[in-house]
Write a protein that binds this ligand. Structure first.
Ligand SMILES: Cc1ncc(C[n+]2csc(CCOP(=O)(O)OP(=O)(O)O)c2C)c(N)n1
Ligand SMILES: [Mg+2]
Length: 373
């Protein structure tokens, strides 16, 4: 669980990691850097400010972020492994390659904030504080899963941890998030809402309706488009007329920002700005965070629409390796510390599997409870 939901050494509540509150690392309007080489060039240019941001951040938070990223990766790899031997049934969408997004955003949220997303939800649920044990038990369809084994991979949920799903309808969560943000404002909680969705979801009417309403009513919602280049087997170029999702913010008169989703510090800095805008000014933001989905759309995707060379090219900018190397360069991580993080993550995943294996099946009496249709 991400328990270090505090901020930088200077102040948790003011300023970005770079300290000046301006748009800095890895962000802009349309950097159109799906080309990994261009992305790396751009990354190298801002490396100095990234290292400065790292040095200004508490070491404890940085280690927690790295641990969460490694835990997410090892957890999802294990999911793939046990799915293949039939331990997990139904759909299963993995987050491998996109870890920097939820970790960069959610490790700086407060207890009063809400998170909601799509079916690619295991890691987001864990960063929100739902235990790996209960996420794995849910995947196994067991009684100790966070929704009693009846939701499965796509429907993680916890009122206690303010995680509002896990939604299977593409874009459906965008409308729910907007309602949640209205509730936060109406009840004057001071909380914000983080809403994740894929780049294919922005072509749904609900995206337009929600952002229009959020702008009009000044709702504290952070709309985060996790642009992983594909919607199932269809690339973004084939499905969306405009390559820059973040520029769509202009249509609603709200702030939009593009972020390199392989750089967790860039995500953190941009998310900080959006969180402050939501919390202090009750204003929505659209963040487009570009990453790359390493695995198929789901475990049943044969992946014939892209080559292994393409995947390898993106993996060269692996978010965990980029972050680990930067931490080492900034002098805040040793090889031994990284090995310890790896060890703890692998052990935690083993515990989650053991827990799921020994958890009972849901009782027959639960068949007709929580059924809404
Ligand atoms: C309303 C609706 N239409 C179609 C689908 C089928 N579908 C499931 S996932 C998906 C692609 C979504 O891609 P994206 O939004 O980019 O998210 P990603 O899977 O890449 O995270 C589609 C079309 C659906 N679940 N809901
Ligand atoms: Mg996508």
């Amino acid at each position: 669980m991400a328990n270090s939901k505090t901020g930088e050494k200077t102040s948790a509540k003011t300023g970005s990691a770079s300290g000046n509150g301006k748009k800095t690392s890895g962000s802009g309007r349309d950097s159109n850097i799906f080309d990994p080489e261009k992305a790396q060039q751009e990354y190298n240019k801002r490396k100095k400010s990234q290292l400065e941001a790292i040095k200004k951040t508490d070491k404890e938070i940085l280690s927690e972020m790295l641990y969460e990223m490694v835990l997410g990766r090892r957890f999802e790899e294990k999911c793939a492994e046990v799915y293949r031997i039939g331990k997990i049934g139904g759909f299963c969408h993995l987050y491998i390659g996109q870890e920097a997004i939820s970790i960069g955003v959610q490790t700086q949220l407060e207890d009063r904030d809400f998170v909601i997303g799509s079916y690619r939800d295991h890691v987001q649920a864990m960063v929100q504080g739902i235990s790996p044990e209960s996420v794995m038990a849910e995947l196994y369809g067991k009684a100790d899963g966070n929704v009693g084994g009846k939701g499965g991979s796509m429907h993680m949920f916890s009122k206690e941890h303010n995680f509002f799903g896990g939604h299977g309808i593409v874009g459906g969560q965008i409308g729910v998030a907007t309602g949640l943000a209205f509730a936060q404002k109406y009840k004057e909680t001071g909380g914000v809402v983080v809403c994740y969705f894929g780049e294919a979801a922005v072509n749904q009417g609900i995206f337009h309706e929600s952002l229009n309403m959020a702008a009009l009513w000044k709702l504290p919602c952070i709309y985060i488009c996790e642009n992983n280049k594909y919607g199932m087997g269809t690339s973004q170029e084939r499905a969306t007329s405009i390559s820059s999702i973040s520029s769509k913010a202009e249509s609603y008169g709200i702030e939009g920002e593009f972020v390199d989703g392989m750089d967790v510090m860039a995500v953190r800095v941009a998310a900080r700005r959006a969180i402050e805008r939501a919390r202090n000014d009750s204003a929505p933001t659209l963040l487009e965070v570009r990453a790359y989905r390493y695995m198929g759309h789901s475990m049943s995707d044969p992946g014939k629409y892209r080559s292994t060379e393409e995947i390898k090219k993106y993996q060269e900018r692996d978010p965990i390796i980029l972050f680990k190397d930067s931490l080492k360069e900034a002098g805040v991580l040793t090889d031994e510390e990284f090995e310890d993080i790896e060890k703890r993550a692998v052990e935690k995943v083993a515990e989650a599997i053991e827990f799921a294996e020994s958890s009972p099946d849901p009782d027959n009496s639960s068949l007709l409870t929580d059924v809404l249709v």
